[in-house]
Design a protein around this ligand. Structure first.
Ligand SMILES: Cc1cc2nc3c(=O)[nH]c(=O)nc-3n(C[C@H](O)[C@H](O)[C@H](O)COP(=O)(O)OP(=O)(O)OC[C@H]3O[C@@H](n4cnc5c(N)ncnc54)[C@H](O)[C@@H]3O)c2cc1C
Length: 368
């Protein structure tokens, strides 16, 4: 098998598949890892796939110019957003000034990318989706907008934002703005689909899916938790434990306080703004003048953040997620068709014994 980047280390950013003029590259999802596979019968050796691949080349990172924490002043944005709603507020301001935004949306059962040019279109982006999203098709659309003279803001996972920069090239550097998320790592959406099917749902049938209610991590449909709201669902737990991420995420070069995008957005886990915590407080790293312009244009409440505290309380700014010892067991049992909930109970027996006891107490109304 000939692959664009090192075998099993593909991020699934899809830039190579979008760049190939012969449609010779396809990205294969093997659950534990992704691979960008080259069909040698179609390949004309032009080298474009390798040139655009952000895994093949050293990442260009810079120190942030400033660290902030804050939130969107518009409470309707903040309520719907995953942390402080900074991403949505920045995207709103960008389209108001005539720009185009590329970001991730849940549509037709898939976590794909779309363009947005109005505030109404931006609303479909709000909220974290704790899966590997699929940007296939967005890069040529983004490039066309840049060629048309538009400013474009790309908001996504760090590998995807870096891919957008490589795809656009230096020629469009001034017009392309990027905001990446502090990223813990991302699993194949096929795992989520299995989990949902085992709970009587399917991505195809869902109009809306949420992964988080304020600071609580749980799957929701139209705002309603899919499992007991007092317990952590096992999909959320597998994500939080970094159990189900793809192989490349454990060696992610973007998990660093030096960043590749103009802006970096995450959760301000170390915030001391205690009255604001439950409403969502974002951490914002601003790397460039373009990043500054994005923040200045948006309607935000910002205060300087203590960089040292931010790094201490957000592991992803120091190093990639670590592979848990039971990851192999997780995927082996998954491969044997063992239900997701049972696998998690086998991987974390003590935690799930406690959850079972809690569930029983809740049922017996001995716990409220
Ligand atoms: C897989 C994943 C892992 C994360 N891990 C961490 C972490 O370890 N530490 C931390 O501090 N923060 C992490 N975050 C970021 C955090 O969850 C929030 O997304 C971030 O703080 C922005 O919040 P907000 O309220 O400003 O965004 P919102 O206003 O809610 O907007 C969210 C933006 O992110 C985009 N987005 C959401 N999910 C995806 C996706 N899967 N792929 C591409 N774009 C997406 C949306 O399209 C939207 O533009 C992670 C996010 C994801 C998706």
């Amino acid at each position: 098998m000939k692959t664009v980047c090192k075998q099993d280390m593909c991020t699934g950013c899809m830039a190579c598949a979008d760049k190939c003029p012969k449609q010779a590259v396809s990205v294969k999802d093997d659950l534990t890892h992704f691979n960008a596979v080259i069909d040698e019968s179609r390949c004309v050796q032009c080298g474009l796939c390798e040139r655009v691949c952000q895994q093949v080349h050293p990442v260009q990172k810079v120190q942030p110019l400033a660290w902030y924490e804050g939130w969107a002043n518009d409470s309707s944005i903040r309520e719907k957003a995953s942390s402080g709603g900074i991403a949505t507020a920045v995207m709103f301001a960008f389209v108001r000034e005539g720009g185009v935004v590329c970001s991730c949306t849940f549509t037709g059962g898939t976590f794909c990318y779309a363009l947005a040019e109005t505030e109404a279109e931006i609303r479909k982006f709000t909220g974290s989706k704790y899966v590997k999203s699929n940007p296939k098709g967005i890069y040529p659309q983004m490039l066309q907008k840049l060629k048309d003279g538009k400013k474009v803001l790309f908001v996504g996972l760090p590998c995807q934002a870096a891919a957008a920069k490589r795809f656009a090239g230096e020629q469009y550097e001034a017009q392309l703005y990027t905001a990446d998320l502090i990223c813990h790592g991302s699993p194949s959406p096929a795992l989520l689909e299995t989990y949902l099917q085992q709970h009587g749902k399917s991505l195809q049938q869902m109009q809306e899916i949420g992964f988080r209610q304020s600071t609580a991590y749980r799957l929701t449909e139209n705002g309603k938790p899919l499992t007991n709201p007092r317990l952590t669902d096992r999909y959320a737990y597998s994500f939080l434990k970094s159990l189900n991420l793809t192989e490349n995420c454990y060696a992610c070069p973007y998990a660093d306080a030096e960043r590749a995008a103009d802006l970096t957005l995450g959760d301000s886990w170390g915030t001391q703004l205690n009255d604001e915590k439950s409403k969502g407080v974002s951490l914002i790293l601003c790397q460039t003048e373009k990043g500054k312009a994005l923040l200045e244009a948006a309607d935000l409440h910002l205060t300087p953040a203590d960089a040292q505290r931010a790094v201490e309380t957000n592991h992803q700014l120091k190093a990639p997620s670590q592979k848990p010892a039971c990851r192999e067991q997780f995927f082996a049992l998954y491969g044997q068709g063992v239900p997701y909930d049972k696998i998690m109970a086998k991987c974390y027996p003590k935690v799930f014994l406690k959850q079972r006891v809690k569930a029983l107490l809740l049922k017996l109304k001995l716990l409220h």
